[in-house]
Design a protein around this ligand. Sequence first.
Ligand SMILES: *Cc1c(COP(=O)(O)O)cnc(C)c1O
Length: 413
Amino acid sequence: MSNDAKRGFTTAILHADRGAPIEHGALHKPLHVSVAYGYRDANELAAVFQGRASGYAYGRQGNPTSAALEAKLTAMEGGVGTVTFATGMAAIGAIMIALLRHGDHVVASQFVFGNTSSLLLTLEAHGQGVTFVDATDAAQVEAALTPATRLVFVETIANPRVQVADLVRIGELCRARGIVYVVDNTMTSPWLFRPVTAGASLVVNALTKYIGGHGNALGGAVTDTGLFDWTRYPNIYDSYKSQPPQNWGLQQLRKKALRDWGATLAPEQAHHIAIGAETLALRMERICANALALARFLGTHRMVRAVHYPGLASHGQHALAQELFGGRFGGLLAFELADGVDPMAFLNRLRIVVLSSNLGDNRTLAIPVAQTIFYEMGPQRRAAMGIAESLIRISVGIEDREDLIDDFDQALG
Ligand SMILES: *Cc1c(COP(=O)(O)O)cnc(C)c1O
């Protein structure tokens, strides 16, 4: 086991399943589709239900296939445990439902994923306080904290304008005050960045995106980094305090969010995601190189007014991104077309790039932001958020770089 800890990222994922004996020496964790489990005797049944023995009670609270994926995610994030969910949104919703109570306050980045922002507004309607701040500036986070603040929620790289949160300084603020610090690592993935290094308490990954990587499975996960002292958290129910304090948060997440709300990752999806995760490092390396090359190409094109990508020196948090992500900047970029270029006509000329709202696929995907994902907001709020009417978001894939750049070149005309 001591050797395992020294293994590299991809070696560890590839060989994780063989850590325990598998029937027939199968190299993949089998797909366990059973909803229910049988027991040798009544004592074993009771022990599993009471948490005194390991085992499975009912498929809603987990199954061996998702447990194998959870172990891989824990290793990838350098954490102490992981719970998986049916989608990324289910993972985020689980944190809010399981760990917050009426009257608690949340501080969140104003640039969070649109559906996360929508969820936080729903929570507000249920009696929780929510304050949105510019998380590129830790001072704004600090100014928003109140005695009722239980949780701070940020993303590493925001979508679509790719702002980078001041992750380390926000971590310091949360640690000093005993606030749960949640970092959504979806845009970076644990290959580019481990939020544990910025003091995160919980890490969210939408497995649907880079970790699964193929656009063929939905999933989400919450990993506990082991940094948060759950004995200081007022919202842990007494019934979840039987295990060591390090497990309290995840225990409550699994029980409250999976048992009570049921957004469980299906074993088939866990299996797809586990296979996708094996090549995360290879895909991300290619994606990051393609994205930087495309950002540089677009930056010099006369039909492009501005390019937003953390890897460009013109980006507001370029130095911070360099420091946090070790010289790779992810697969998301956005650009504004020059005046007079019709974004819809430009998109219609693309031949390889797919017009799609997803991201983190192997294929390069493009979407006009103002006309789709930010349409409901209207022009005034878009302008306030720095969303130009001609903004195009690109999720860069693994195509051959020349083909990708040629496609943008011909479509720009
Ligand atoms: C997509 C996404 C989510 C939600 O994931 P789903 O699996 O689509 O529910 C959450 N956070 C970020 C940053 C995302 O990009």
